[in-house]
Design a protein around this ligand. Structure first.
Ligand code: ADP
Ligand code: MG
Length: 202
């Protein structure tokens, strides 16, 4: 199997006063196509920094990051945005659904940006994805009226909007009770069985 993610000798430092703070210190990591990886570490150990590098949201200080066939260091900001839109789905601890859009509109939004799904198919696809993750009946509500677990399911549907080969999740169960957290992790396992590559930070 090919490595869908290849992190080679990556260093990431942040400026700190007169010097610099080393958040990632010579990390190499290969993830196989279809693998479900959990990245575990205490607070401040660099997990979010790593996910931001994998998503092309941030760039390494040195080393290379290859994801889904692209050397992220060689892409411009607009190239990265386009690449991200079709290759990576992101899930966050606090869901980050847009509060003024309905749940189904939140799921349609990445489709409107990436423009790979024809406009006439976007609403049906969004509804189908919401059903896939178990919140099809919440489609026309505003996010704030859903429970935390339902909001995270909706956020996972949004991450699947453009059918990305890779899902990256940053503490997706950090804001959920333990039963709901288990259900959300089971959903990730289910999506992994589809052949998607998943990296979850916990
Ligand atoms: P985790 O997600 O594992 O809690 P982070 O990747 O968020 O850790 O942060 C790793 C370390 O880098 C922390 O010590 C944090 O304070 C530091 N850090 C993260 N982002 C920045 C930044 N933009 N500027 C300076 N330091 C940062
Ligand atoms: Mg973090």
């Amino acid at each position: 199997m090919g490595h869908v993610i290849q992190v080679s000798d990556v260093v990431k430092t942040y400026p700190l006063g007169a010097g610099e703070f080393v958040a990632i210190n010579h990390l190499s990591l290969d993830v196989d196509d279809g693998e479900f990886v959990a990245v575990v570490g205490r607070s401040g150990s660099g997990k979010t920094t790593l996910l931001n590098l994998l998503a092309g949201i941030d760039r390494p200080t040195s080393g290379t990051v290859r994801v889904a066939g692209a050397d992220l260091g060689s892409l411009s900001e607009s190239g990265l945005a386009a690449w991200r839109g079709s290759n990576v789905g992101l899930v966050f601890q606090f869901f980050q659904l847009l509060p003024t859009l309905t749940v189904v509109e939140n799921v349609m939004l990445p489709m409107d940006f990436a423009k790979t799904i024809p406009p006439g198919q976007r609403r049906d696809r969004a509804q189908h994805l919401l059903e896939r993750v178990g919140v099809g009946d919440q489609a026309d509500k505003l996010p704030a009226t859903l429970s935390g677990g339902q909001q995270q399911r909706a956020a996972i549907a949004r991450a699947l909007a453009n059918d990305p080969p890779i899902l990256l999740a940053d503490e997706p169960t950090g804001n959920l009770d333990s039963t709901t957290a288990e259900a959300v992790l089971a959903l990730f396992a289910d999506l992994s069985a589809d052949g998607r590559t998943i990296v979850v930070v916990t």
